[in-house]
Design a binder for this molecule. Sequence first.
Ligand SMILES: NC(=O)c1ccc[n+]([C@@H]2O[C@H](COP(=O)([O-])OP(=O)(O)OC[C@H]3O[C@@H](n4cnc5c(N)ncnc54)[C@H](O)[C@@H]3O)[C@@H](O)[C@H]2O)c1
Length: 251
Amino acid sequence: MGRVAGKVALVTGGASGLGRADCELLAREGASVILTDIDAAAGEAAAEAIRASGGEVEFRRLDVTSPEDWQAAVDYVRERHGRLNVLVNNAGIAKSETIEQCTLESYRRQNAIMNEGVFLGCKTALPLLKDSGNGSIINMSSIASHMGYPVFFAYSAAKGAVRSLTKALAVHCQMHGYPVRANSLHPGAIDTPMIDQTAAELGLADKAEVSPVVGLGKPEDVANAVLFLASDESRFINGVELLIDNALSIQ
Ligand SMILES: NC(=O)c1ccc[n+]([C@@H]2O[C@H](COP(=O)([O-])OP(=O)(O)OC[C@H]3O[C@@H](n4cnc5c(N)ncnc54)[C@H](O)[C@@H]3O)[C@@H](O)[C@H]2O)c1
């Protein structure tokens, strides 16, 4: 029996990096996974690769900034699976911009994906998570919510919002007796295409220079935390912010 056997999980931004690793591990541990992304070609390819190794995964296009996409996805999951047990709000983008470089348009775009997108996911899926009798929401924040990163200005604002809204959601669910938990993850630099892009934007010759003090983590380092929070092993863990940064943010 896998650690999340019998659970239905929806992951956003599942076509690449951390989201893809989450889908791979959840599927390997027995979940039925709905891998969603705005990039349909990459999402289909990722789902196909996971199916080829025996996982139960389907792709569905979902732009997290679209309320209509969210409603359609949740309706589909209710109709097709009858329940949703795990929601991983992972989709994101990173732009290396200080406050002086960041335009209002860029600020709004980053917050639309990583702040409003998480709000929309939590709000739209909450009724189905409640009805399912056992729900876990895992929101992807970052150590940017704990540290002052001048070059990730709008990104930091969005991730700080995710840190706070997750706690408000967790307490709301607990106070109302909803069978839904909500926790946030706060990775440091993890080796994904986002780090390649950041290294290029900052003009670094080697992506290891993005995290010179504690090194780069691997997508599995985050996926293992997602698996734990998705499973019933974490049934009494609610409203927690889990740092996955090799102690960087406490130095
Ligand atoms: N890699 C890191 O170092 C790191 C550290 C902390 C937090 N995070 C967070 O983890 C999450 C995943 O990052 P990653 O490193 O895997 O990045 P990535 O670029 O490899 O993957 C991001 C995925 O999100 C998708 N996406 C972008 N906009 C979307 C939208 N509007 N709707 C749906 N999908 C959308 C992309 O198509 C892509 O597949 C992000 O929220 C990121 O901020 C990453």
